[in-house]
Design a protein around this ligand. Structure first.
Ligand code: AVJ
Length: 327
């Protein structure tokens, strides 16, 4: 098969529900009209943002990815036994691909794989690689914002159960109400006999958490600032990247890292016809990274009609995998 045909086929299999520039502009205007100002963290992940996030996962301070990978490397047999054979794996986001490799490798005869991913490049890279590596697993990618309802492409072979996979503690980027809605929508996607395997960052020492979101090389700062660069590229806003700085700090009270872009001076920013004024030191809230205890996570899942039936932590209880089912 020649390259053009291969590309056409890959595109034919892709369900494209990508956000349009108008949606992004509307979300940005809405967030910047609030007090305090905010921008949705889901827009971090354009091609450049996804590349920068990959770089974060290689920083020594950012333990989350290394620990979760090691956990999957050592505990996959136990996870596979709990999940059973013939699964349609549905991943919310398409991640680094390595965790997915460990999952598809470790599960017994998985039938199909559906990544749901907002970044089209990340999505296509992931299914191209995984498709070659797992020729027996049907690749059914969906390009969409997974915070909305996403119809699941049906597998052509018989599926024993749907397994939703949501690693990386990405759930932590959602405020409680949104996290519950997302978990409830996963419950809908997985069906009565389904399961979800979710990675969660566990609550710990503030200094360790602060360091993870303020790496010395400044990659996290570049990642945060790319949000403004992306808006400039895609919706024609005129954020001056030198006029904003990255700030991430752990709140013990709310058990989460709170990330903001802080205006270094009084300035105004234009999006289309709209103008937004910033005071010196004024923050745009851009991301939360929630940390969990067993109690706080159980409380969240119960609200979504799910229950934790199994779990695996690393030896130092830094990071956990939890297996959920409808209750
Ligand atoms: C990919 C959402 C889990 O919140 O830890 C990393 C994103 N932001 N450093 C996280 C992120 C800043 C990350 N997640």
């Amino acid at each position: 098969m020649n390259a053009a045909i291969a590309r056409a086929r890959a595109q034919a299999a892709l369900t494209d529900l990508r956000p349009k520039p108008d949606d992004i502009a509307a979300d940005a205007i809405n967030g910047l009209s609030r007090t305090p100002k905010s921008l949705p963290s889901k827009y971090f992940y354009d091609a450049e943002g996804s590349r920068l996030f990959e770089a974060i996962t290689r920083q020594p301070e950012y333990y989350l990815t290394q620990v979760e990978l090691a956990l999957m490397e050592s505990r996959m047999p136990s996870v596979a036994a709990a999940v059973g054979s013939g699964a349609h794996v549905v991943e919310f986001g398409s991640g680094s691909g390595r965790k997915t490799e460990l999952l598809l490798e470790g599960l017994e005869a998985p039938v199909a794989y559906t990544p749901i991913e907002i970044s089209r490049t990340a999505l296509m890279d992931s299914v191209t690689r995984l498709g070659q590596q797992f020729p027996e697993v049907e690749m059914l990618p969906v390009c969409a914002d997974f915070t909305g309802p996403v119809p699941l492409p049906p597998a052509s072979r018989h599926v024993q159960r749907t397994l939703v996979f949501f690693p990386g503690s990405t759930l932590g980027n959602f405020f409680e109400g949104d996290a519950v809605r997302l978990l409830a929508s996963m419950r809908g996607t997985m069906g009565e006999n389904g399961r979800a395997l979710i990675g969660i960052d566990l609550d710990k020492d503030a200094a360790v958490l602060d360091a993870a979101y303020n790496d010395r090389a400044g990659v996290t700062a570049a990642f945060t600032l790319n949000l403004l660069a992306r808006l400039n590229r895609e919706i024609g806003s005129d954020f001056d990247l030198d006029g904003f700085g990255h700030r991430a700090a752990y709140s013990r009270e709310r058990m989460r890292i709170e990330t903001a872009l802080v205006s270094t001076r009084a300035q105004s920013v234009r999006i289309g016809e709209r103008r937004f004024d910033f005071a010196q030191g004024e923050a745009i809230e851009v991301e939360i990274s929630q940390k969990y205890t067993d109690a706080s996570f159980a409380a969240l899942t119960v609200q979504a009609g799910l229950e934790v039936i199994d779990g695996w932590n690393d030896a130092e209880d830094r990071f956990g995998l939890r297996l959920l089912r409808p209750r």
